[in-house]
Design a binder for this molecule. Structure first.
Ligand code: ADP
Ligand code: ADP
Length: 220
């Protein structure tokens, strides 16, 4: 049976950072809808053009576009044993569509939802110091600096700061999370798959807590 894990949490909680560690350890593909949209923007696709307007404003990309993009990604062969979702679902409509997709395509359901919790003040500091590479590897000037300034430790690409990591957009994104995504905590609590993780700890301690929760889902 395929294993599906959803990393939930506000912008800056550490979803991308943890997803990199956990996908390797669980041997599951890391699917980040933010990274997929950024790839479409870079490749100047129609989807990219449409998504960019919303992303620059710190708003969510419409559900229909997001859901069909995820559906296409899950249809690829690397997802036969499941996937680790980062940044999806982000609305109730996406969560319901995802449940339907898993049932129809994989005869499966969401197995586990680690929810990474961090206070708003810390989120702002994390996002405003975030640097990333085009392949989605994440660093922080203070909390997780690269070995060589401006260069990705993992793939050697140049690091950049995201346009939507400016203070005005960051505050909007946190508000959008509270209004549209936070209700998913209750949604997954009702399915008995939600696990709260203290995201204010150091990166390694957060990973250890998540992996502890995921132990029973690890494939041999
Ligand atoms: P998200 O994907 O949830 O938006 P990221 O993984 O991109 O979050 O992390 C946001 C920023 O915070 C990055 O610069 C990252 O290096 C940093 N970060 C991630 N986890 C921690 C942590 N536990 N403590 C301090 N900084 C962290
Ligand atoms: P962060 O990890 O900092 O929260 P992401 O990289 O996940 O940021 O997302 C960046 C932007 O991409 C979001 O602010 C939103 O505009 C868009 N986006 C990403 N995932 C979704 C989604 N599931 N639904 C709608 N919009 C999304």
């Amino acid at each position: 049976m395929a294993t599906f894990i959803v990393l939930l949490g506000p912008p800056g909680a550490g979803k991308g950072t943890q997803a990199q560690i956990i996908s390797r350890s669980m041997n599951l593909p890391h699917i980040s809808t933010g990274d997929l949209f950024r790839e479409n923007i870079k490749n100047l696709t129609e989807l990219g053009k449409e998504a960019q307007t919303y992303m620059n404003q710190g708003q969510l990309v419409p559900d229909s576009l997001t859901i069909s993009m995820v559906k296409e990604r899950l249809s690829r062969s690397d997802c036969v044993n499941g996937a680790l979702l980062d940044g999806f679902p982000r609305t109730s409509a996406q969560a319901e569509a995802f449940d339907r997709m898993l049932l129809e395509t994989f005869k499966s359901k969401v197995d586990c939802v680690p929810c990474i919790e961090v206070e708003a003040d810390h989120l702002i500091e994390r996002l405003c110091g975030r640097w990333m590479c085009p392949n989605g590897h994440v660093f922080h000037t203070k909390f997780n600096p690269p070995k060589e300034s401006g260069v990705c430790d993992i793939c050697g690409s140049a690091l950049y700061q995201r346009d939507d990591d400016k203070i005005q957009t960051v505050s909007r994104r946190i508000a959008v999370y509270e209004a549209q995504t936070a209700p998913l905590i209750q949604y997954y609590e009702n399915q008995n798959v939600l696990y709260r993780i203290d995201g204010s700890q150091e990166i390694d301690s957060v990973s250890a807590d998540i992996l502890d929760v995921l132990k029973k889902f690890a494939k041999k």
